[in-house]
Design a protein around this ligand. Structure first.
Ligand code: ADE
Ligand code: ZN
Length: 331
């Protein structure tokens, strides 16, 4: 083995990250100044030091507050360009990135400005050789009607996304509420994925599979509490996109060496590794692999998760084979 999985020299796919979660404090301050949006402090180090969370909602409150600085197409371009640069610096060769348009539109930003900015950064990254696409995430606590309206309003931008997902406050907003909007997305040829089992019980994961007919699960941690469900996920080979640093930072997992991803792997579940919100949880995808290396996870397991990431990516067979061949020649 020449390089560890965490190395930028090992190609990898990142399938679970939120563009809005890439808003590093330095960019946050720049955008706040550019747009005249007040911040509690303009010192990026002090802002970073505040990122200690007791649970998912603590994080989401800060995450959504910070998004008040996002106003223009240029802001969205700069945010996505920052992430896509960081991703490439970490060896990412395939990026599938979530974004939350409902937040921005709710703050009075035209959807066209959001998509102009994000779209320009993704087009630039593609020209530079990165394979990358966007996934529209519905904000589940805004409800199913708002999600349905967003899908309707998104029609002019339909070709800029490859799929839909569901994120934000989980408990109290079970996947079944979104059955019709996911069915509409499927009928339009969009891929489907869903945050489930991060804080919600195994029933949330079951509903994501049965009611939303998702192709992948994001987090999925609490599925390990239900052996039958875990067996089913393994039998159906549903990839679970896990974010180790996020799960420890948000206390979904008390210690890295007790992360449910190990039980998932033992059960035969396909597991991938991603950063979730790299500006908030201590690092990019490389740092997430490094955290697993630090607790002694074998390279065989970690390289297996990278292989799975290409297998789980929403790409065609030819592209998949090219990524896997590059991985084989790098390890
Ligand atoms: N939005 C951004 N990060 C998230 C997470 N970890 N869980 C739910 N929604 C999110
Ligand atoms: Zn997430």
């Amino acid at each position: 083995m020449t390089h560890p999985a965490s190395s930028p020299l090992i190609p990898k796919a990142e399938l679970h990250m939120h563009l809005e979660g890439a808003l590093e404090s330095e960019l946050l301050v720049t955008l706040a100044r550019r747009n005249g949006v007040p911040l509690p402090t303009y010192d990026p180090d002090v802002l970073d030091a505040r990122y200690r969370f007791g649970q998912l909602q603590d994080f989401l409150d800060v995450y959504f507050d910070n998004l008040a600085v996002m106003r223009t197409a240029e802001d969205f371009h700069d945010l996505a360009a920052l992430y896509l640069r960081r991703a490439r610096e970490n060896g990412v060769t395939r990026a599938e990135s979530f974004f939350n348009p409902m937040t921005h539109v709710g703050a009075g930003v035209p959807l066209a400005a959001v998509m102009e900015g994000y779209g320009a950064a993704f087009a630039d990254a593609r020209r530079e050789g990165l394979s990358c696409d966007m996934i529209l995430d519905f904000t589940r606590d805004l409800g199913a009607e708002a999600a349905d309206q967003m899908l309707t309003d998104f029609a002019p931008f339909r070709d800029m996304i490859i799929g839909v997902g569901l994120d934000s406050t989980e408990v109290g907003y079970p996947p079944v509420l979104f059955r019709d909007v996911f069915a509409r997305a499927a009928a339009d040829g969009l891929h489907r994925t869903c945050h489930a089992g991060e804080e919600g019980d195994p029933e949330y994961v079951r509903q994501a599979l049965d009611d939303l007919r998702v192709e992948r699960i994001d987090h999925g941690l609490r599925a390990v509490e239900d052996p039958e469900l875990l067996k089913r996920i393994a039998a159906e080979q549903i990839p679970v996109n896990v974010c180790p640093l996020s799960n420890v930072a948000l206390r979904a997992v008390d210690r890295m060496d007790r992360h449910p991803l190990f039980a998932m792997l033992d059960a035969g579940v396909p597991v991938t590794i991603s950063s979730d919100d790299p500006a908030y949880f201590g690092g990019q995808i490389g740092a997430n692999f490094a955290a697993l290396e630090d607790i002694g996870t074998s390279q065989e397991v970690l390289i297996g998760c990278i292989e799975t990431s290409f297998e789980a990516a929403f790409i065609d067979a030819g592209e998949r084979e090219r990524h896997l061949a590059a991985l084989r020649s790098a390890v």
